[in-house]
Ligand binder design. Structure first.
Ligand SMILES: [Fe+2]
Ligand SMILES: [Fe+2]
Length: 258
């Protein structure tokens, strides 16, 4: 089973880049499942609405995962109503597991997709470790893909090794910068600290650089705006044995577009 995952799509510029890239990527790699992180896909660069989700599905996403911005433009009810749009399952605000976990049924094969958030340098939520214990008990009979939206690489590695052999993949998101540490862990879990994002190159993580410089230099409130123009599309392609749930390869996807 081939799983294509694309990192945080930032604003309309990210949506445009995704629309250009995803059909080509899907034609080239023929993934069985395509997962896209949409927590920044709203035109403001934070959050997601029904319109944004529709656009990402229209580009070819099968499942949309979330992050710390998932509740910025909509409530938990949005995730309750939309089976394949996920927010982090361990958000304190989430009591209905279906908000952050879904199962894709592909006939012979199934895949459980989990949107999960870290607790280090982010607003505290329920422990991702205990949350995954519970999810594995319920869905451990099928391959499980985890989008772990977290800030600290230490937390990402610790969770990935904790889940090694129990899930098919732990793919990091949130820092928007693709890391160079993709690997298959000793017991068969595919891992990368961060898949990267879909955003303009001449920016700070997808936002106009001037406001970001102002914010970092003076620590004053600023209005962030999404940067348009030339950008890149980042993600990973994972090959998983649907029988054992072990992954056999993980490759980075990294394309630049004008
Ligand atoms: Fe993000
Ligand atoms: Fe984030």
């Amino acid at each position: 089973m081939k799983i294509l995952f694309i990192g945080d799509v930032v604003g309309e510029n990210g949506q445009d880049l995704l629309a250009k890239a995803l059909p080509k990527l899907k034609a080239e790699h023929k993934p069985d499942v395509t997962i896209v992180n949409g927590e920044n896909s709203h035109k403001s660069g934070t959050g997601i609405t029904e319109k944004d989700a529709r656009f990402l599905f229209g580009c070819g996403a099968d499942v949309i995962t979330g992050g710390n911005h998932s509740l910025r433009r909509c409530g938990v009810d949005f995730y309750e109503e939309n089976e394949f749009v996920l927010c982090p399952v361990n958000f304190n605000a989430v009591t209905d597991e279906s908000c952050g976990v879904c199962v894709l049924d592909m006939g012979r094969n199934q895949l459980c997709v989990v949107s999960l958030i870290g607790t280090v340098f982010l607003d505290a939520n329920r422990s991702p470790f205990f949350e995954m214990d519970r999810i594995i008990k319920k869905y451990g009979h099928m391959p499980i893909f985890v989008d772990f939206h977290a800030e600290a690489t230490s937390e990402k590695y610790a969770l990935a090794h904790y889940l090694d052999g129990k899930v098919s993949a732990v793919v990091g998101t949130h820092t928007h910068v693709q890391t160079n540490d993709e690997q298959i862990l000793p017991k068969g879990t595919a891992y990368i600290s961060d898949a990267g994002c879909v955003c303009a190159l001449d920016s700070v993580l997808g936002m106009k650089k001037e406001a970001c410089i102002e914010k970092q230099k003076y620590l004053c409130p600023v209005k962030f705006e999404v940067k348009s123009g030339e950008g890149f599309v980042n993600g990973v392609l994972i090959e998983t044995d649907p029988g054992t749930g072990n992954s056999t390869s993980v490759e980075k996807v990294h394309i630049k577009f004008n």
